[in-house]
Design a protein around this ligand. Structure first.
Ligand SMILES: [Zn+2]
Length: 489
Protein backbone atom coordinates (compact mmCIF):
# COMPACT_ATOMS: atom_id res chain seq x y z
CA UNK A 1 0.00 0.00 0.00
CA UNK A 2 2.79 2.36 0.92
CA UNK A 3 4.49 1.57 -2.35
CA UNK A 4 1.40 2.24 -4.45
CA UNK A 5 0.85 5.54 -2.68
CA UNK A 6 4.39 6.69 -3.27
CA UNK A 7 4.15 5.91 -6.98
CA UNK A 8 1.01 7.97 -7.28
CA UNK A 9 2.60 10.84 -5.43
CA UNK A 10 5.75 10.76 -7.53
CA UNK A 11 3.77 10.83 -10.70
CA UNK A 12 1.61 13.71 -9.61
CA UNK A 13 4.71 15.60 -8.53
CA UNK A 14 6.10 15.28 -12.02
CA UNK A 15 2.89 16.60 -13.47
CA UNK A 16 3.56 19.84 -11.68
CA UNK A 17 7.00 20.66 -12.90
CA UNK A 18 7.23 24.37 -13.42
CA UNK A 19 8.64 25.30 -16.74
CA UNK A 20 11.00 28.21 -16.94
CA UNK A 21 10.08 28.61 -20.56
CA UNK A 22 6.81 28.17 -22.28
CA UNK A 23 6.78 24.70 -23.69
CA UNK A 24 4.83 23.35 -26.53
CA UNK A 25 2.18 20.80 -25.83
CA UNK A 26 0.02 19.59 -28.62
CA UNK A 27 -3.62 18.72 -28.33
CA UNK A 28 -2.79 15.04 -28.35
CA UNK A 29 0.42 15.55 -26.42
CA UNK A 30 -1.28 17.23 -23.46
CA UNK A 31 -3.18 14.16 -22.35
CA UNK A 32 -0.12 12.00 -22.71
CA UNK A 33 1.95 14.45 -20.71
CA UNK A 34 -0.51 14.65 -17.89
CA UNK A 35 -0.72 10.89 -17.62
CA UNK A 36 2.88 10.00 -18.23
CA UNK A 37 4.73 12.98 -16.88
CA UNK A 38 6.63 13.49 -20.11
CA UNK A 39 5.64 17.07 -20.74
CA UNK A 40 8.95 18.68 -19.94
CA UNK A 41 9.59 19.59 -23.52
CA UNK A 42 11.72 22.40 -24.69
CA UNK A 43 9.91 24.89 -26.84
CA UNK A 44 12.65 24.52 -29.42
CA UNK A 45 11.52 21.19 -30.69
CA UNK A 46 7.78 21.10 -31.16
CA UNK A 47 7.09 17.69 -32.53
CA UNK A 48 3.58 16.50 -32.12
CA UNK A 49 -0.07 17.23 -32.80
CA UNK A 50 0.59 19.45 -35.76
CA UNK A 51 -2.46 18.49 -37.78
CA UNK A 52 -5.08 19.60 -35.28
CA UNK A 53 -3.47 22.92 -34.54
CA UNK A 54 -3.04 23.68 -38.24
CA UNK A 55 -6.73 23.12 -38.68
CA UNK A 56 -7.38 25.51 -35.81
CA UNK A 57 -5.15 28.13 -37.32
CA UNK A 58 -7.33 28.19 -40.43
CA UNK A 59 -10.67 28.35 -38.66
CA UNK A 60 -10.09 30.42 -35.54
CA UNK A 61 -10.17 34.21 -35.15
CA UNK A 62 -7.01 36.28 -34.96
CA UNK A 63 -4.39 35.47 -32.42
CA UNK A 64 -4.07 37.92 -29.50
CA UNK A 65 -0.74 38.87 -28.01
CA UNK A 66 -0.80 38.71 -24.23
CA UNK A 67 1.68 39.92 -21.61
CA UNK A 68 1.09 37.12 -19.11
CA UNK A 69 4.07 36.17 -16.96
CA UNK A 70 2.50 33.01 -15.57
CA UNK A 71 -0.29 30.75 -16.67
CA UNK A 72 -1.81 27.86 -14.71
CA UNK A 73 -3.84 25.67 -16.99
CA UNK A 74 -6.62 23.16 -16.49
CA UNK A 75 -7.12 23.41 -12.76
CA UNK A 76 -10.25 23.29 -10.68
CA UNK A 77 -10.74 26.93 -9.82
CA UNK A 78 -12.25 27.47 -6.35
CA UNK A 79 -12.48 31.23 -6.43
CA UNK A 80 -12.97 32.08 -2.74
CA UNK A 81 -16.56 33.29 -3.01
CA UNK A 82 -18.11 29.95 -2.06
CA UNK A 83 -19.61 29.37 -5.51
CA UNK A 84 -19.03 25.96 -7.16
CA UNK A 85 -15.57 25.27 -8.54
CA UNK A 86 -15.05 25.04 -12.30
CA UNK A 87 -12.42 23.82 -14.72
CA UNK A 88 -10.33 26.77 -15.66
CA UNK A 89 -7.08 28.47 -16.50
CA UNK A 90 -5.64 31.45 -14.66
CA UNK A 91 -3.22 34.00 -16.12
CA UNK A 92 -1.03 36.37 -14.11
CA UNK A 93 0.73 39.55 -15.17
CA UNK A 94 3.27 40.92 -12.69
CA UNK A 95 1.64 40.66 -9.26
CA UNK A 96 -1.99 40.48 -10.37
CA UNK A 97 -4.39 37.99 -11.89
CA UNK A 98 -5.04 39.19 -15.42
CA UNK A 99 -7.47 36.58 -16.69
CA UNK A 100 -9.59 33.69 -15.43
CA UNK A 101 -10.86 31.52 -18.26
CA UNK A 102 -13.43 28.77 -17.89
CA UNK A 103 -12.67 25.51 -19.68
CA UNK A 104 -9.51 23.66 -20.58
CA UNK A 105 -6.62 25.10 -22.53
CA UNK A 106 -3.96 23.67 -24.82
CA UNK A 107 -0.63 25.20 -25.58
CA UNK A 108 1.34 24.75 -28.78
CA UNK A 109 4.38 26.77 -29.79
CA UNK A 110 3.75 29.66 -27.42
CA UNK A 111 0.09 29.78 -28.39
CA UNK A 112 -2.64 29.02 -25.90
CA UNK A 113 -5.89 27.66 -27.31
CA UNK A 114 -8.96 28.26 -25.20
CA UNK A 115 -12.28 27.49 -26.88
CA UNK A 116 -12.26 29.60 -30.03
CA UNK A 117 -9.70 32.06 -28.63
CA UNK A 118 -5.97 32.01 -29.27
CA UNK A 119 -3.36 33.85 -27.24
CA UNK A 120 0.31 34.25 -28.10
CA UNK A 121 2.38 33.92 -24.92
CA UNK A 122 5.62 35.72 -24.21
CA UNK A 123 8.63 33.41 -24.67
CA UNK A 124 9.44 33.57 -20.96
CA UNK A 125 5.88 32.99 -19.72
CA UNK A 126 5.91 30.31 -17.02
CA UNK A 127 3.41 27.54 -17.56
CA UNK A 128 2.07 25.19 -14.91
CA UNK A 129 -0.19 22.34 -15.90
CA UNK A 130 -2.53 21.99 -12.93
CA UNK A 131 -4.20 18.93 -14.42
CA UNK A 132 -7.31 19.02 -12.28
CA UNK A 133 -5.64 20.16 -9.06
CA UNK A 134 -7.33 22.92 -7.06
CA UNK A 135 -6.43 26.54 -7.73
CA UNK A 136 -7.59 28.67 -4.80
CA UNK A 137 -6.84 32.09 -3.35
CA UNK A 138 -4.07 32.14 -0.75
CA UNK A 139 -5.47 31.78 2.75
CA UNK A 140 -5.81 34.82 5.02
CA UNK A 141 -5.16 34.44 8.73
CA UNK A 142 -6.59 37.49 10.50
CA UNK A 143 -5.68 36.38 14.00
CA UNK A 144 -1.98 35.78 14.70
CA UNK A 145 0.53 36.49 17.44
CA UNK A 146 3.94 36.11 15.84
CA UNK A 147 5.60 39.50 15.79
CA UNK A 148 8.77 38.14 17.39
CA UNK A 149 8.92 35.16 15.05
CA UNK A 150 8.68 37.36 11.93
CA UNK A 151 11.57 39.50 13.09
CA UNK A 152 13.89 36.49 13.02
CA UNK A 153 12.09 34.42 10.33
CA UNK A 154 10.81 36.91 7.76
CA UNK A 155 10.29 34.20 5.14
CA UNK A 156 7.52 32.76 7.35
CA UNK A 157 7.66 29.25 5.88
CA UNK A 158 5.50 27.86 8.69
CA UNK A 159 2.67 30.01 7.36
CA UNK A 160 3.33 29.54 3.65
CA UNK A 161 3.36 25.74 3.86
CA UNK A 162 -0.17 25.94 5.28
CA UNK A 163 -1.25 27.97 2.27
CA UNK A 164 -1.43 31.17 4.29
CA UNK A 165 -0.32 34.12 2.15
CA UNK A 166 -1.67 37.01 4.26
CA UNK A 167 -1.70 37.58 8.00
CA UNK A 168 -2.92 40.15 10.45
CA UNK A 169 -1.03 40.46 13.72
CA UNK A 170 -1.48 42.52 16.86
CA UNK A 171 -4.44 40.60 18.24
CA UNK A 172 -5.88 40.26 21.75
CA UNK A 173 -4.76 43.75 22.70
CA UNK A 174 -1.07 42.95 22.26
CA UNK A 175 0.54 44.83 19.40
CA UNK A 176 3.57 47.05 19.00
CA UNK A 177 3.72 50.67 20.13
CA UNK A 178 4.97 52.02 16.81
CA UNK A 179 3.59 50.15 13.81
CA UNK A 180 5.51 52.01 11.03
CA UNK A 181 8.76 51.37 12.89
CA UNK A 182 7.83 47.73 13.34
CA UNK A 183 7.28 47.37 9.58
CA UNK A 184 10.67 48.94 8.97
CA UNK A 185 12.26 46.47 11.33
CA UNK A 186 10.57 43.53 9.58
CA UNK A 187 11.72 44.48 6.08
CA UNK A 188 10.56 42.24 3.24
CA UNK A 189 8.42 39.31 4.32
CA UNK A 190 7.46 36.04 2.64
CA UNK A 191 3.80 36.82 3.33
CA UNK A 192 1.52 39.82 3.08
CA UNK A 193 1.07 41.48 6.41
CA UNK A 194 -1.04 43.93 8.37
CA UNK A 195 -0.97 44.94 12.03
CA UNK A 196 -3.83 45.82 14.35
CA UNK A 197 -3.23 48.28 17.13
CA UNK A 198 -3.43 46.82 20.62
CA UNK A 199 -5.53 48.20 23.42
CA UNK A 200 -2.85 47.24 25.92
CA UNK A 201 -0.34 49.34 23.98
CA UNK A 202 -2.74 52.27 23.78
CA UNK A 203 -3.44 52.15 27.49
CA UNK A 204 0.24 51.99 28.35
CA UNK A 205 1.07 54.89 26.03
CA UNK A 206 -1.76 57.01 27.44
CA UNK A 207 -1.67 55.98 31.09
CA UNK A 208 1.83 54.69 31.78
CA UNK A 209 2.70 51.33 33.27
CA UNK A 210 0.29 51.69 36.20
CA UNK A 211 -2.79 51.14 34.05
CA UNK A 212 -4.84 48.78 36.22
CA UNK A 213 -7.47 51.42 36.89
CA UNK A 214 -10.16 53.47 35.23
CA UNK A 215 -8.83 55.86 32.56
CA UNK A 216 -9.42 59.59 33.02
CA UNK A 217 -11.11 61.67 30.33
CA UNK A 218 -7.76 63.11 29.32
CA UNK A 219 -6.26 59.66 29.03
CA UNK A 220 -9.17 58.48 26.93
CA UNK A 221 -8.72 61.51 24.65
CA UNK A 222 -5.07 60.56 24.28
CA UNK A 223 -6.04 57.00 23.34
CA UNK A 224 -8.47 58.33 20.72
CA UNK A 225 -5.69 60.48 19.24
CA UNK A 226 -3.34 57.51 19.05
CA UNK A 227 -6.08 55.42 17.54
CA UNK A 228 -6.74 57.96 14.80
CA UNK A 229 -3.04 58.21 13.99
CA UNK A 230 -2.75 54.43 13.74
CA UNK A 231 -5.75 54.12 11.46
CA UNK A 232 -4.41 56.87 9.23
CA UNK A 233 -1.08 55.03 9.10
CA UNK A 234 -2.86 52.00 7.64
CA UNK A 235 -3.78 49.80 10.58
CA UNK A 236 -7.11 48.00 10.12
CA UNK A 237 -8.31 48.60 13.68
CA UNK A 238 -7.85 48.00 17.38
CA UNK A 239 -7.75 44.69 19.25
CA UNK A 240 -8.80 44.02 22.84
CA UNK A 241 -8.47 41.21 25.37
CA UNK A 242 -10.81 42.31 28.13
CA UNK A 243 -10.11 39.13 30.08
CA UNK A 244 -6.57 40.21 30.95
CA UNK A 245 -5.25 42.93 33.23
CA UNK A 246 -4.81 45.82 32.73
CA UNK A 247 -7.29 45.70 29.83
CA UNK A 248 -9.91 44.26 32.17
CA UNK A 249 -10.01 47.66 33.93
CA UNK A 250 -11.81 49.13 30.91
CA UNK A 251 -15.18 50.65 31.73
CA UNK A 252 -18.17 50.58 29.40
CA UNK A 253 -17.74 54.33 28.92
CA UNK A 254 -14.12 53.99 27.82
CA UNK A 255 -14.95 51.13 25.45
CA UNK A 256 -17.86 53.05 23.94
CA UNK A 257 -15.73 56.12 23.23
CA UNK A 258 -13.06 54.00 21.55
CA UNK A 259 -15.72 52.08 19.60
CA UNK A 260 -17.23 55.35 18.38
CA UNK A 261 -13.82 56.60 17.25
CA UNK A 262 -13.24 53.32 15.41
CA UNK A 263 -16.69 53.49 13.81
CA UNK A 264 -16.02 57.06 12.69
CA UNK A 265 -12.89 55.95 10.77
CA UNK A 266 -14.29 52.57 9.66
CA UNK A 267 -11.77 50.67 11.80
CA UNK A 268 -12.42 47.17 13.12
CA UNK A 269 -12.90 46.41 16.81
CA UNK A 270 -11.45 42.93 17.38
CA UNK A 271 -12.27 41.55 20.79
CA UNK A 272 -11.20 38.70 22.98
CA UNK A 273 -14.15 38.76 25.40
CA UNK A 274 -14.07 39.45 29.12
CA UNK A 275 -14.94 35.80 29.70
CA UNK A 276 -15.08 32.78 27.39
CA UNK A 277 -16.35 30.43 30.08
CA UNK A 278 -18.49 31.21 33.14
CA UNK A 279 -19.53 34.73 32.04
CA UNK A 280 -19.45 33.94 28.31
CA UNK A 281 -22.97 34.98 27.36
CA UNK A 282 -22.88 38.14 29.49
CA UNK A 283 -19.58 39.06 27.83
CA UNK A 284 -21.10 38.71 24.38
CA UNK A 285 -24.01 40.89 25.46
CA UNK A 286 -21.60 43.57 26.69
CA UNK A 287 -19.84 43.77 23.32
CA UNK A 288 -23.05 43.45 21.30
CA UNK A 289 -24.44 46.49 23.08
CA UNK A 290 -21.30 48.53 22.45
CA UNK A 291 -21.23 47.50 18.80
CA UNK A 292 -24.93 48.23 18.32
CA UNK A 293 -24.77 51.66 19.92
CA UNK A 294 -21.53 52.79 18.32
CA UNK A 295 -22.03 51.22 14.90
CA UNK A 296 -18.49 49.81 15.01
CA UNK A 297 -17.50 46.80 12.89
CA UNK A 298 -17.04 44.09 15.48
CA UNK A 299 -14.76 41.10 15.01
CA UNK A 300 -15.43 38.48 17.68
CA UNK A 301 -12.05 36.76 18.18
CA UNK A 302 -11.61 32.99 18.63
CA UNK A 303 -15.27 32.15 19.18
CA UNK A 304 -15.63 29.23 21.58
CA UNK A 305 -17.23 28.02 24.83
CA UNK A 306 -14.33 27.12 27.06
CA UNK A 307 -14.40 24.19 29.53
CA UNK A 308 -16.84 21.30 29.66
CA UNK A 309 -19.25 23.04 32.05
CA UNK A 310 -19.86 25.73 29.43
CA UNK A 311 -20.10 23.66 26.26
CA UNK A 312 -23.90 23.70 26.32
CA UNK A 313 -23.84 27.51 26.01
CA UNK A 314 -22.42 27.32 22.49
CA UNK A 315 -25.76 27.20 20.60
CA UNK A 316 -26.73 30.36 22.53
CA UNK A 317 -23.42 31.96 21.45
CA UNK A 318 -24.27 31.33 17.80
CA UNK A 319 -27.83 32.56 18.37
CA UNK A 320 -26.52 35.80 19.88
CA UNK A 321 -24.27 36.30 16.84
CA UNK A 322 -27.24 35.78 14.50
CA UNK A 323 -29.44 38.08 16.59
CA UNK A 324 -26.86 40.88 16.60
CA UNK A 325 -26.46 40.58 12.82
CA UNK A 326 -30.25 40.68 12.42
CA UNK A 327 -30.27 43.91 14.45
CA UNK A 328 -27.79 45.42 12.01
CA UNK A 329 -24.48 44.91 13.86
CA UNK A 330 -21.57 44.40 11.46
CA UNK A 331 -20.38 41.27 13.26
CA UNK A 332 -18.15 38.41 12.15
CA UNK A 333 -16.29 35.84 14.20
CA UNK A 334 -13.19 33.75 13.72
CA UNK A 335 -12.46 30.29 15.12
CA UNK A 336 -9.68 27.74 15.20
CA UNK A 337 -10.05 24.00 14.74
CA UNK A 338 -8.69 22.34 17.88
CA UNK A 339 -10.44 20.95 20.93
CA UNK A 340 -8.12 22.54 23.45
CA UNK A 341 -6.96 26.11 24.04
CA UNK A 342 -3.36 27.22 24.46
CA UNK A 343 -3.90 27.13 28.24
CA UNK A 344 -4.51 23.40 27.91
CA UNK A 345 -1.64 22.77 25.52
CA UNK A 346 0.35 21.15 28.31
CA UNK A 347 -2.42 19.74 30.50
CA UNK A 348 -3.80 17.05 28.22
CA UNK A 349 -7.29 18.38 28.93
CA UNK A 350 -9.95 18.73 26.24
CA UNK A 351 -11.43 22.19 26.82
CA UNK A 352 -13.38 22.82 23.59
CA UNK A 353 -16.15 20.61 22.25
CA UNK A 354 -15.61 19.03 18.85
CA UNK A 355 -19.35 19.07 18.30
CA UNK A 356 -19.31 22.83 18.89
CA UNK A 357 -16.48 23.28 16.39
CA UNK A 358 -18.66 21.63 13.78
CA UNK A 359 -21.66 23.79 14.74
CA UNK A 360 -19.41 26.83 14.35
CA UNK A 361 -18.26 25.75 10.90
CA UNK A 362 -21.89 25.70 9.78
CA UNK A 363 -22.51 29.28 10.92
CA UNK A 364 -22.38 31.74 8.00
CA UNK A 365 -20.78 34.51 10.10
CA UNK A 366 -17.83 32.45 11.36
CA UNK A 367 -14.63 31.96 9.41
CA UNK A 368 -11.24 30.43 10.14
CA UNK A 369 -8.23 32.00 11.80
CA UNK A 370 -5.45 30.39 13.80
CA UNK A 371 -5.03 32.55 16.95
CA UNK A 372 -1.53 31.16 16.76
CA UNK A 373 1.63 32.29 18.41
CA UNK A 374 5.17 31.60 17.29
CA UNK A 375 8.03 32.73 19.46
CA UNK A 376 11.29 34.12 18.11
CA UNK A 377 13.01 30.76 18.48
CA UNK A 378 10.21 28.98 16.59
CA UNK A 379 8.76 27.50 19.78
CA UNK A 380 5.00 27.14 19.62
CA UNK A 381 2.30 27.26 22.25
CA UNK A 382 -0.19 25.15 20.29
CA UNK A 383 -0.21 22.94 17.16
CA UNK A 384 -2.66 25.35 15.48
CA UNK A 385 0.40 27.46 14.57
CA UNK A 386 1.55 24.66 12.26
CA UNK A 387 -1.66 22.96 11.23
CA UNK A 388 -4.86 25.02 11.43
CA UNK A 389 -5.46 25.65 7.73
CA UNK A 390 -4.42 22.27 6.27
CA UNK A 391 -6.51 20.66 9.04
CA UNK A 392 -9.58 22.35 7.59
CA UNK A 393 -8.89 20.81 4.17
CA UNK A 394 -7.71 17.37 5.31
CA UNK A 395 -9.97 16.72 8.26
CA UNK A 396 -13.15 18.76 7.90
CA UNK A 397 -13.46 18.82 4.09
CA UNK A 398 -11.93 15.54 2.91
CA UNK A 399 -12.03 13.01 5.76
CA UNK A 400 -15.12 14.05 7.73
CA UNK A 401 -16.98 15.91 4.97
CA UNK A 402 -18.32 18.41 7.47
CA UNK A 403 -18.11 21.29 4.99
CA UNK A 404 -17.75 21.62 1.22
CA UNK A 405 -14.41 22.55 -0.28
CA UNK A 406 -15.88 25.74 -1.72
CA UNK A 407 -17.27 26.90 1.61
CA UNK A 408 -14.07 25.97 3.41
CA UNK A 409 -11.96 27.97 0.96
CA UNK A 410 -14.32 30.96 1.32
CA UNK A 411 -13.94 30.79 5.12
CA UNK A 412 -10.16 30.92 4.70
CA UNK A 413 -9.90 33.57 1.96
CA UNK A 414 -12.89 35.49 0.61
CA UNK A 415 -14.71 36.03 3.91
CA UNK A 416 -11.74 37.22 6.01
CA UNK A 417 -10.73 39.53 3.13
CA UNK A 418 -14.23 40.96 2.92
CA UNK A 419 -14.50 41.36 6.68
CA UNK A 420 -11.22 43.24 7.07
CA UNK A 421 -11.81 45.14 3.80
CA UNK A 422 -8.47 43.89 2.53
CA UNK A 423 -8.00 45.55 -0.78
CA UNK A 424 -7.72 43.29 -3.85
CA UNK A 425 -7.15 39.92 -2.19
CA UNK A 426 -9.02 36.76 -1.23
CA UNK A 427 -10.49 35.94 -4.63
CA UNK A 428 -9.43 34.38 -7.92
CA UNK A 429 -10.64 37.11 -10.26
CA UNK A 430 -9.09 39.52 -12.77
CA UNK A 431 -7.48 42.51 -11.06
CA UNK A 432 -6.95 40.73 -7.75
CA UNK A 433 -3.43 40.17 -6.41
CA UNK A 434 -1.99 36.84 -7.49
CA UNK A 435 -1.96 35.13 -4.08
CA UNK A 436 -2.80 31.60 -5.14
CA UNK A 437 -2.44 27.97 -4.09
CA UNK A 438 -2.23 24.81 -6.16
CA UNK A 439 -2.90 21.56 -4.32
CA UNK A 440 -4.65 18.23 -4.60
CA UNK A 441 -7.07 17.67 -1.75
CA UNK A 442 -5.86 14.08 -1.32
CA UNK A 443 -2.27 15.27 -0.73
CA UNK A 444 -2.97 17.87 1.97
CA UNK A 445 -2.30 16.80 5.55
CA UNK A 446 -1.71 18.66 8.79
CA UNK A 447 0.68 16.75 11.04
CA UNK A 448 1.04 18.93 14.16
CA UNK A 449 -0.51 17.44 17.31
CA UNK A 450 -0.60 18.23 20.99
CA UNK A 451 2.55 16.24 21.72
CA UNK A 452 4.23 17.08 18.40
CA UNK A 453 3.15 20.68 17.81
CA UNK A 454 5.83 21.75 15.37
CA UNK A 455 5.44 19.25 12.55
CA UNK A 456 5.00 21.00 9.23
CA UNK A 457 2.04 20.09 7.05
CA UNK A 458 2.33 18.60 3.55
CA UNK A 459 0.44 18.99 0.31
CA UNK A 460 0.77 22.59 -0.88
CA UNK A 461 2.38 22.16 -4.31
CA UNK A 462 2.60 25.81 -5.17
CA UNK A 463 2.01 28.90 -3.12
CA UNK A 464 2.14 32.19 -4.98
CA UNK A 465 2.47 35.48 -3.14
CA UNK A 466 1.90 38.47 -5.42
CA UNK A 467 2.64 36.36 -8.49
CA UNK A 468 5.94 34.95 -7.17
CA UNK A 469 6.33 31.31 -6.16
CA UNK A 470 6.91 31.18 -2.40
CA UNK A 471 6.47 27.40 -2.39
CA UNK A 472 7.38 25.37 -5.46
CA UNK A 473 6.94 21.61 -5.70
CA UNK A 474 6.14 21.58 -2.00
CA UNK A 475 9.35 23.33 -0.98
CA UNK A 476 9.74 26.94 0.18
CA UNK A 477 11.69 29.02 -2.33
CA UNK A 478 12.90 31.67 0.11
CA UNK A 479 11.23 34.41 -1.96
CA UNK A 480 10.11 37.37 0.06
CA UNK A 481 7.45 38.81 -2.20
CA UNK A 482 4.99 39.75 0.53
CA UNK A 483 3.43 43.20 0.55
CA UNK A 484 1.87 45.40 3.20
CA UNK A 485 -1.88 44.77 3.34
CA UNK A 486 -4.08 47.72 2.44
CA UNK A 487 -7.48 48.16 4.02
CA UNK A 488 -10.30 50.03 2.34
CA UNK A 489 -11.95 52.45 4.66
ZN1 LIG B 1 -7.16 36.07 22.56
Amino acid sequence: MAKGRRTMFDRSRREFILQGLAWSVSLTGLTGCAAGGTHQQSNKEPNRGVTTTELQRKTLPDIQDVDWDLIITNGRVIDGTGKPGFSGTVAVTKDRISSVMEGNANIDQHVLYMGTERYRLKPDCQVILADGACITPGFIDVHTHNEEYLKTNPRAEVRLLQGVTSQIGGNCGESVDDIPRFYQRLGDLGINYGQLMGYRNLRRLAMGEEAEREASSREIDRMVDLLQQGLQAGSPGLSFALEYAPQSSATQRELKILAEALAHHRGIMATHLRSESVQLLESIDEMAEIAFESGVSWQYSHVKALFRDNWDKYPAVLQRISDAVAKGVDLWGDMYLYDFSSWDFGTGRISISEENIQLGLAHPRLFIASDSGLYANGRVSHPRAYGNFPKMLAHYVRDRQVISLEEAVAKMSGLPAQRFRISGRGKIAPGYKADMLIFRLEDVQDRAERNKPNLLPVGMRYVFVNGQAAVKEGEPTGNRSGQRLHFNS
